[in-house]
Write a protein that binds this ligand. Structure first.
Ligand code: ZN
Length: 144
């Protein structure tokens, strides 16, 4: 069985529009669709509230989750191990254990975290450096 599969980002983003899905799952699909180098997915202030609307199943009406509720959804995804603990409303980080986003082009550091490293349970790593033969420990020291 292969260790990695590819996910189509556009399909993940489109699926995130399906309001019958759990809001935490929709938020994660949005992160998958937007993630770039290091698994970072950046958002403007309040943007997640509008991207993950709440649907009233009885009336079909939509409204916005509160900041606190959005924070709770992020916390749930962190506890499930599919977002890094460094995730917040401005940047959802998909762990390297789940997504290898070592894109070789346009290395723009994440404005929220100040780098484009990938997160693992052992700390931040540079997957490109791993390919180049540098040790994980050396890379983690670099990240601080
Ligand atoms: Zn980030």
């Amino acid at each position: 069985m292969p260790q990695w599969w590819k996910l189509r980002r556009r399909t993940a983003q489109e699926a995130a529009q399906a309001l019958m899905l759990d809001p935490a799952f929709r938020m994660w699909l949005i992160a998958v669709g937007r993630a770039y180098q290091g698994g970072h997915a950046n958002f403007e202030a309040e943007e997640l509230r509008t991207l993950v609307p709440k649907m009233n199943r009885s009336t079909g009406e939509t409204s916005l989750y509160s900041d606190r509720q959005i924070g709770r959804l992020i916390k749930d995804l962190i506890e499930a191990g599919i977002l890094a603990p460094a995730s917040n409303r401005r940047c959802l980080v998909i762990p390297f254990t789940l997504l290898n986003a070592d894109i070789q082009y346009s290395p723009v550091p994440c404005p929220e975290h100040g780098h484009d490293l990938s997160w693992t349970p052992d700390g931040w790593i540079d997957p490109v450096a791993l390919v180049d033969g540098l040790g994980v420990a050396a890379t983690m020291r670099k990240a601080g």
